[in-house]
Design a protein. Structure first.
Length: 270
């Protein structure tokens, strides 16, 4: 597989007199990698697998009470949307909102199946289930992974991050002269650049937590404090995403949809 960067000549390679086949993509350890290092195909595979699992659950699970369905979701569906997520997590920016919304649609679809709350707006279903958007959860996962690497709790990834002199902040690595726009965009999609703005705004008390569990607790405490004082960080992506999902006509269309489902209860559980 030839990477499609920096005017690659796409040379042919020979092994024992046999010309090696050139391919555009390869699936290894469950992750589909393409010659453009574009993870959209891999993300669509995750979405497809998760939707297949939801279809299986819909056909076979009779009890759709809240606690039962929530445990099923966390065990069978959500892991399919988060496999190797530190590699392919799309940056919350212009150009990526479409695929971020498609990922979120899987969680929206599943929560509609749950008794008593299935007809509520998506934001209210999240509150009832004590869930966040998948987009926010992915950024939170990036922060946790960054904490483990920067704090030396794992034996991998030391060379991934470039830290400031204080050791508390992440700084950008030097871009090379003549670097193409395509390479620069790719660089910004990987975890060191993706997580930098969120990590650098965290309080030092959160960054210096003694272990992963304390980091999660301190991060949640920091989130609650900032929400009450109208400050933003990684949770702001949920606000932006919910605004895109629940636009001006959302509630009116939702009410029409709910009316149809009440009149057709069989369809509501499909």
């Amino acid at each position: 597989m030839h990477l499609d960067f920096n005017s690659n000549d796409n040379l042919s390679y020979v092994l024992d007199g046999t010309v090696l086949e050139s391919i555009d993509s390869e699936k290894d350890l469950g992750l589909l990698t393409t010659c453009k290092l574009d993870w959209k195909e891999s993300i669509y595979c995750c979405i497809k697998d998760a939707n297949k699992m939801i279809a299986w659950i819909t056909r076979n699970i009779v009890n759709k009470e809240r606690n039962v369905m929530l445990n099923i979701y966390k065990t069978l569906v959500r892991p399919k949307l988060e496999y190797c997520v530190q590699i392919w997590n799309p940056v919350a920016c212009h150009g990526n909102w479409s695929i971020i919304t498609e990922l979120e649609a899987v969680q929206r679809r599943f929560t509609r199946l749950i008794n008593d709350i299935g007809l509520l707006p998506y934001s209210e279903r999240l509150l009832a289930l004590n869930l966040t958007t998948l987009a926010e959860r992915r950024i939170r996962g990036d922060l946790i992974e960054t904490f483990k690497i920067v704090s030396g709790l794992v034996d991998y990834g030391k060379s991934v991050f470039n830290l400031s002199r204080s050791g508390y902040n992440i700084v950008s690595k030097i871009s090379y002269k003549g670097e193409s726009l395509k390479v620069g965009k790719l660089r910004n999609s990987f975890i060191p650049e993706r997580v930098k703005s969120y990590w650098n705004t965290l309080p030092i008390a959160v960054k210096t937590s003694p272990n992963v569990d304390m980091f999660k607790m301190n991060l949640e405490t920091y989130k609650r404090q900032c929400i009450s004082s109208m400050e933003s960080n990684f949770w702001h992506v949920s606000e932006v995403l919910l605004e895109k999902i629940e636009g001006p006509t959302y509630l009116a269309n939702k009410e029409k949809h709910n009316k149809y489902l009440r009149e057709n209860p069989y369809v509501a559980k499909k």
